[in-house]
Design a protein around this ligand. Structure first.
Ligand SMILES: *Cc1c(COP(=O)(O)O)cnc(C)c1O
Length: 810
């Protein structure tokens, strides 16, 4: 059967018209832009469906070993442009839309982002799916089909205001509801033991319904699947209550369980909704495990060889309950002995850690877990007992060692340490940059590394060049195609060949014109979203990422104010005009982060409206940062701010996207910045500030931020200006909550210690920017060096070293 909407429709243009008529249900001659977007999506969807069916058939027939990637977050962004590119439909769709007097770019921009994640961790999962499909890895991503994704951020009077992001309100052409694929997930109750057999008497249950998003590979017909679970109450409404007129009660039973897939919780939130979050974690893990077990049993007689056919990866600890769930399934439902089951388990799971910061390590109160998942808690206690018996042999009699290793934190309210459960249950544990992986085994997992040194490894993050270069930066992509051929999309290492062109004036001229055009596009976007006019001739200095104290947006603001004061003091000096650009969301409960957003706006109001400053300095905050906004910002950046306190940023991927698009990095010796430096060369990056060992040494020796404040007049002037209300004349003390912790509160992230080095390095940035040829040459060197940061490289390494899965080349 022909998969297009009409057997006569062969060109994309005809298919768009056919879908307008048959699928969208409108007169093709009167279709609105939104209806054209729907119809264009349907053209791609038909092809995705065919590829999905073919991929599944092949993998079934081969009984392929598959990777299952469990993640609470997938920050997918928009789908249309990426799908058209992967399917080689871009030109046809553009032509078809031109016949309706529309540009593909404008139509694509109508699609809402699928923002099912907070930030880097969720975007990493999305880049990984793209690479898994492109490498032809038999692979499944599993997560939650949040009705409301990451909140939409608006700015009112300089303050962040959150709105629900109802990305599904008009439906989406990109999901395939699998009405037949439904599993029951149980909660609560108690456990009975009969003849050595545990029986979980649960008291609540919810159905998990599957919705698939098909992720196309590039340069292959292979696809990957993102299967998202929706929570549906088992009995839709309490009909008894309904018939007796109690509509609230009739609906409440439905809501009590369906709210599991309503909202994405910020990972850095407060206790509010903690129980719901635990239920979410178990909900999607339990449904995914049932699904993968069903698939296994369709192809194999029993679960004894499960570990040979599936690799389950935990993207951070959020799905760690999966370890206990697999033990429960094997022991309680399939009658495996504990040792048999445990052997399978530890050959199946692997785990990526994403943070070293103790406050970000996930733990659950034992009492809450007892309430929600009583059988899993029993299993965790047993895993812990067996593990501690094993560990005791390494340092006999060392009780502190065992206390540190235990899956249960016994200090204060007893809590389950999900990172420990993940480590004990996994055959490989990785960090996400060389530095981070090294720090993992030297700090939070050092005791585990004593027992299992070979379990720990590194997998430096990467980003997909299809979205972050080919799609986001069509200008540079065309130049690369002309210069290198088109192969860089699938082999980013080919960018290395640009090094030979760094002195080629004609190439540099084109490279610069493209950056300039991207800056114009970004300037227009800034004008549209903030009302502020910025000059594309100024240096675009960009810090875009979640707002967090460790990422030190505040240090950036200190520099901006320093520069403002310096310009006022010496207005006729040859200042390099700068536009400082921020974007990022603050968790709704994170008051300091919200205060930083407000400070950026207050300082921007002062500077941008000061006639003495003009174009010498502008400060803007682009609202509602997300994948699609990032696709506009990254190509237009000159300078990439990656200024976390050394030792706090696990990797970063924003740093990679920006350098790949020709921005120079100003950054600390942290995360993947270190590897970016190694790849682009010391002369093509600005590294400043304390290094990780120096941070530690200073803390040990005694860090006294007050000394920096007293001894550096420029620093004192900036902090005093903020603290005394120069930027908040209507409320003088508004920012004491930000400045007091720096000066008097120990300055946890050591902004004051790095301030002088940062400001001095910003002067070096200006000096280089005054020499456009040299700046351009270094920008080219950055692009040339970024081949190593393709997520294809990362995924190939996971497949080879952790999952033992052959990428299938077609
Ligand atoms: C890449 C990306 C991030 C991660 O940025 P970092 O600078 O690595 O923290 C967060 N959000 C979005 C939308 C991204 O595209």
């Amino acid at each position: 059967m022909n998969a297009s909407a009409s057997p006569l429709a062969t060109t994309s243009s005809e298919q768009i018209n056919a879908h307008l008529l048959h699928t969208v249900g409108v007169d093709p001659n009167r279709a609105s832009p939104n209806e054209l977007m729907q119809a264009t999506a349907q053209v791609a969807r038909a092809q995705l469906s065919k590829r999905w069916v073919a991929t599944q058939a092949k993998e079934r027939q081969q009984k392929a070993r598959r990777v299952v990637y469990l993640s609470m977050e997938f920050l997918m962004g928009r789908t249309l442009s990426n799908a058209l590119a992967a399917l080689n439909l871009t030109d046809g769709a553009a032509q078809g839309l031109a016949e309706h007097a529309q540009k593909l770019e404008d139509i694509a921009n109508l699609e809402p982002d699928a923002a099912l994640g907070n930030g880097g961790l969720g975007r990493l999962a999305a880049c990984f799916l793209d690479s898994m499909a492109t490498l032809g890895l038999p692979s499944w991503g599993y997560g939650i089909r949040y009705e409301y994704g990451m909140f939409a951020q608006e700015i009112q009077d300089g303050c962040q205001v959150e709105y629900p992001d109802s990305w599904l309100k008009d439906g989406t052409p990109w999901e395939f509801p699998r009405a037949d694929i439904t599993y029951t997930v149980r909660f609560g109750g108690w456990v009975t033991h009969e003849n050595e057999k545990a029986v979980w008497q649960s008291t609540g249950e919810v159905a998990a319904k599957a919705y698939d998003m098909v992720v196309p590979g590039h340069g292959t017909d292979k696809v990957s699947t993102l299967r998202l679970w929706k929570a549906v109450a088992p009995d839709h409404i309490d009909l008894g209550a309904f018939n007796s007129g109690d509509y609230a009660r009739a609906a409440s039973a439905k809501n009590e369980y369906e709210n599991i897939s309503w909202v994405l919780y910020p990972n850095d939130s407060t206790p509010a909704g903690r129980e719901l979050r635990l239920k979410q974690e178990y909900f999607f893990v339990a449904a995914s495990m049932q699904d993968l077990i069903q698939r296994h049993l369709d192809e194999h007689p029993s679960l004894h060889n499960l570990d040979e056919h599936v690799a389950i990866h935990l993207n951070d600890t959020h799905p760690a309950i999966g370890v206990a769930e697999l033990m429960r399934i094997l022991c309680d439902e399939h009658n495996f002995t504990w040792p048999q089951a445990w052997a399978i388990c530890t050959k199946t799971f692997s785990y990526t850690n994403h943070t070293l910061m103790p406050e970000a390590l996930e733990t659950w109160p034992v009492s809450l877990m007892q309430h929600v998942l009583p059988r899993h808690l029993e299993i965790i206690f047993r895993i812990n007992k067996e593990f501690l018996d094993h560990a005791a042999r390494f340092l006999p009699g060392d009780h502190e060692f065992l206390k540190r290793l235990s899956l249960i934190d016994e200090t204060g309210e007893r809590r389950v340490r999900m990172a420990h459960l993940s480590v004990v249950g996994s055959h490989h544990i990785n960090g996400v940059s060389a530095l981070h992986s090294e720090l993992l085994v030297r700090t939070i997992f050092s005791d585990f590394a004593t027992i299992w040194p070979d379990r720990f490894t590194n997998m430096t993050n990467g980003v997909t060049p299809r979205r972050w270069l080919a799609q986001a930066n069509p200008g540079l992509s065309a130049l690369l195609d002309d210069t290198l051929g088109t192969g860089w999309r699938l082999d980013l290492g080919q960018l290395k060949r640009l090094e030979a062109l760094q002195d080629n004036a004609a190439f540099a001229e084109k490279f610069r014109a493209i950056k300039r055009a991207n800056k114009v596009r970004l300037a227009n976007y800034i004008e549209k979203t903030t009302g502020i006019t910025v000059s594309p001739d100024s240096l675009f200095d960009v810090q875009v990422k979640r707002i967090h104290e460790y990422k030190r947006q505040l240090l950036n603001v200190l520099h901006v104010i320093t520069r403002y004061q310096a310009i006022l003091a010496d207005p006729h000096a040859p200042w390099v005009p700068r536009t400082v650009i921020f974007a990022g969301k603050a968790a709704s409960s994170y008051q300091s982060a919200k205060s930083i957003i407000r400070l950026i706006h207050d300082v921007g109001l002062t500077i941008n409206n000061d006639p003495r400053i003009g174009d010498k300095l502008k400060l803007v905050f682009i609202p509602n940062y997300g994948v699609s906004v990032a696709e506009i910002i990254m190509p237009g950046a000159d300078l990439s701010e990656q200024i976390s306190t050394a030792g706090t940023e696990a990797s970063g991927t924003g740093n990679m996207k920006l350098a790949l698009n020709g921005a120079l990095t100003i950054g600390t010796d942290d995360g993947a910045n270190i590897e970016i430096r190694q790849n682009v060369g010391d002369d093509n990056i600005f590294i400043f500030g304390l290094k990780t060992p120096e941070v530690r040494a200073l803390k040990v020796a005694g860090y006294h931020p007050l000394n920096y404040y007293n001894n550096d007049p420029a620093l004192k002037a900036v902090l005093d200006a903020i603290a005394n209300g120069q930027f908040s004349p209507d409320e003088l003390g508004r920012y004491r909550g930000l400045t007091d912790p720096l000066i008097w509160g120990g300055d946890h992230y050591m902004l004051l210690a790095d301030y002088a080095s940062y400001v001095a390095t910003q002067t070096l940035v200006d000096e280089l920017y005054r020499k456009p040829d040299q700046w351009c040459q270094r920008a080219i060197r950055n692009v040339a060096g970024m081949g190593a940061f393709s997520s294809d490289r990362t995924i190939a390494a996971y497949a080879r070293d952790i999952w033992s899965i052959e990428p299938e080349h077609t």
